[in-house]
Design a protein around this ligand. Structure first.
Ligand code: GLN
Ligand code: ZN
Length: 768
């Protein structure tokens, strides 16, 4: 008898109940008890669903009022000492750790592996102590038992916990804290055992990463220690193949191992070979990272033999926690009905898991109808003309090496562009968006609800554009933008106009805390039926004699922030998007727009988890960008923009994009991020952000001048642009104008100091 279980479910609730309750609690509109009641309701509903589907357990410990890593900080009694909270925190302190308070800034947040979920980073010091802290996990176990369920608690394993944490002082190694941490894990396990728990799932997702030898070696010691508690431990790895960590994982003294058979499917045979005869194998057969229906017959074909061999030692599961997919398709009434049949959100994945379990245990005939429906949905998806557009295929097939190189090398383009635009030295610009005011948002909302006509909406947006252009001229900026008033979101805006993209109504996924995102669904071949930005940009250009930058989102970012097709490689989808952007670039150029920015803020976050896989990714990612950008004349200037990134280890791949100008976020690192560009001798022009747009604080001219002085130390002055870190859509106008005015003044000071390159360029005569 194969068992079925899940590693975790979304905790936001089907209608984002958790978000609304959290935010109401933070505003003081509801008390903690009311928030607790919402949390309990979400947990009960989740468990009920797992129970109803016939899963062997309900998973407990996947719920969190903010973040699962922060729950572990509370559980392990290691809240950063700077908050002064002691070993046990309550909900109020917990939220202060996440969001900061008057005296302490919030804990840092960073991306959870290669997902778009962000966790709070535990802070470690040589003297960090651990102890049994907050009781929530144990309370939830009791809560599940009281409701009549069999709980399988889930913990983040000690090695992943330490790996994902950060050393807050130099000169010590957080792995040294393991010996202090293990006894607390042992205490947790002992307490769970006393509560009558049989199985505990311990997640060690770092097994899918390149690990230094001491970390790999530490696994055995750690799990010997934990095994002594006498509970059955299921060691869960996910998000990728185990590779050189495979033996480490399979030889650990635990009762079972979960592996990701979606991303790590190639090594299944090896896993089975090495699986000790007593261990359970939990096979992650349903993709927990994407929203497509699983091919149930294919899973049965692949695993039936194994099931005969392993019997009840084979467990079935999604590949990872379902945290990364939306809750339910139930309320999707507006999705195209055919497309809807191809999808499975968390609830539907749980049902599919139950179907698989029955098929394994009672034979395929026992779920013949479910299997037939599944096969039909998959067949319709494979054959659908909605998915396959022969013209797109032909265009991709016809791509030649000439499509992803500009006509001339950078030096020639640079000369042509200088002759054309005659910008001063240290040209000033912004990253694209200007404040999204309440009026803008209300106009968009009314337009969407048909309360504002198309013409009324266009007029409102034109007024915003005219306002932004007038403000920029008054400030004396050199390269202007139209302000992106008409854009709700930098991916959605384009996705809504491209063929091959669909949008759910309630497909929310937690990003961090109470923040959720609703990623577009790329289901078919991508093409661009009509221009997407030309009208707004040309209107903006008509209002000014200064160059107006066209603003686009790049192919890698569109891919990275969407649910992507699983029936072709990501690279293939990226190429299709790149061609659609290329069309838009061509139309902008033809309409007289001489400077075009293609944003790629997600370029770095697309990096695979394993370094060995980086070159292949960077190769297709940079090619996709170049395909989108290379169809233009030498005198058309291509910009790109990236933010919140460590760039140093991918500089060659950034240079390989061959944008004429790149703007990056550097102010918060005090220009340290720029140093790498200098050391690498980054060949093209570069605009290091001189002020942080994440705060309403207005930096002084002196501050920005100091940052620019630092920039001049590492980058030749004639290559430097002056701009903020990122777009200004979350800011208000008053602070935006004040900051930009100081920024323009800083650029003027630099010009006085270093001379004006436009004059120099004109005199040199290269350009005539
Ligand atoms: N052009 C976009 C903006 O200014 C860029 C946003 C981003 O990089 N995340 O809003
Ligand atoms: Zn940015």
């Amino acid at each position: 008898m194969a068992l079925a279980h899940i590693l975790g479910v979304p905790r936001i609730g089907p209608n984002r109940e958790l978000k609304f309750a959290q935010e109401a609690c933070w505003r003081g509109e509801i008390d903690e008890a009311a928030l607790q009641a919402v949390g309990s309701g979400i947990r009960q509903a989740n468990w009920q669903r797992q129970h109803a589907a016939g899963l062997a357990f309900v998973t407990v410990g996947d719920f969190a009022f903010y973040d699962q890593m922060l729950n572990h900080v509370a559980l392990l009694g290691c809240a950063p000492a700077r908050f002064g909270f002691g070993a046990t925190v309550g909900l109020r302190e917990y939220f202060e750790l996440a969001r900061g308070n008057a005296a302490c800034h919030a804990m840092e947040m960073t991306k959870w592996f290669d997902t778009n979920y962000h966790y709070l980073v535990p802070e470690l010091r040589p003297d960090t102590g651990f102890s049994l802290g907050t009781d929530w996990l144990f309370d939830e176990v009791t809560e599940a038992q009281t409701a009549g369920f069999v709980p399988k608690p889930v913990l983040i394993g000690p090695l992943s916990f330490l790996w994902l944490a950060k050393e807050k002082t130099a000169g010590f190694d957080r792995l040294d804290l393991l010996d202090r941490l293990l006894p607390v894990y042992a205490q947790i396990l002992a307490r769970l055992k006393a509560q009558g728990v049989e199985w505990v799932q311990i997640d060690e997702p770092i097994l899918a990463l390149d690990l230094p030898a001491p970390w790999r070696a530490a696994f055995e010691r750690a799990y010997h220690h934990l095994n002594a508690a006498g509970l059955k431990l299921l060691l869960a790895s996910y998000f990728g193949p185990l590779r050189e960590n495979l033996l480490v994982a399979l030889k650990l003294p635990v009762a079972g191992v979960h592996v990701d058979c979606v991303r790590g499917g190639d090594e299944l045979a090896q896993v089975v070979d090495w699986l000790p005869a007593t261990k359970v194998l939990s096979a992650g057969v349903i993709d927990g990272r994407n929203i497509w229906k699983t091919d149930l017959a294919a899973v049965l074909d692949r695993f039936e033999g194994l099931h005969r061999r392993l019997g009840d030692r084979l467990w079935l599961a999604p590949s990872c926690s379902l945290l990364h997919v939306p809750v339910s398709l139930a309320s999707e009434t507006r999705l195209d009905p055919e497309l809807r049949t191809w999808l499975a959100f968390a609830d539907e994945k749980i049902v599919a898991l139950a179907t698989l379990k029955t098929a394994f245990n009672a034979g395929r005939h026992a779920v013949a109808r479910e299997l037939a429906d599944n096969a039909q949905a998959l067949a319709s998806r494979r054959a659908s003309p909605r998915v396959h557009d022969a013209a797109v295929g032909a265009r991709v097939a016809a791509l030649t090496p000439a499509h992803d190189v500009r006509n001339s090398p950078f030096a020639v383009r640079q000369a042509a562009q200088r002759a054309r635009f005659r910008l001063p030295a240290f040209p000033t610009t912004t990253i694209g968006s200007f404040p999204q005011t309440a009026e803008i948002r209300s106009a968009r909302a009314r337009y969407r609800k048909d309360q504002l006509s198309e013409a009324g909406y266009a007029a409102a947006m034109q007024r915003e554009i005219a306002h932004a252009v007038a403000r920029q001229e008054a400030l004396g900026l050199d390269v202007l933008v139209h302000g992106e008033a008409e854009r709700n979101d930098m991916v959605e805006y384009f996705g809504e106009q491209l063929a091959g993209f669909a949008f759910s109504q309630t497909g929310w996924v937690q990003s961090y805390g109470s923040r959720c995102v609703k990623p577009p669904i790329i289901y078919g071949d991508v093409s661009r039926p009509h221009p997407m930005t030309v009208g707004w940009t040309v209107y903006a250009q008509s209002l000014t004699a200064r160059p107006m930058k066209g603003m686009l989102t790049g192919p890698v970012t569109m891919l990275q922030w969407s649910f992507v097709r699983d029936d072709q490689p990501r690279a293939a989808t990226a190429l299709q998007i790149a061609l659609a952007i290329r069309d838009e670039v061509a139309d902008l150029e033809a309409a007289g727009i001489g400077i075009i920015q293609i944003d790629e803020p997600a370029y770095r976050e697309g990096l695979p988890l394993r370094r060995a896989d980086w070159p292949a990714y960077l190769d297709w990612a940079s090619r996709a960008f170049r395909i989108s950008a290379s169809g233009v004349d030498d005198a058309t200037q291509i910009h790109t923009h990236m933010c919140y990134s460590e760039f140093n280890d991918i500089l060659p791949a950034i240079a390989a994009m061959d944008a004429d100008v790149i703007t990056i976020e550097t102010s918060r690192s005090d220009m340290e991020l720029l140093r790498g560009f200098g050391d690498f001798s980054y060949p093209n022009e570069i605009g290091p952000g001189v002020y942080d747009i994440h705060s309403p604080r207005v930096p002084s001219t002196a501050e920005m001048t100091r940052l620019l002085d630092k920039a001049v130390e590492v980058i030749a002055p004639e290559k430097l642009w002056v701009n903020p870190d990122c777009g200004l859509k979350t800011r208000g106008w008053p602070e935006t104008e004040a900051a930009l005015s100081n920024m323009v003044e800083a650029a003027q000071r630099l010009r006085q100091q270093h001379g004006d390159r436009a004059a120099a360029g004109a005199e040199s005569g290269v350009l005539a």
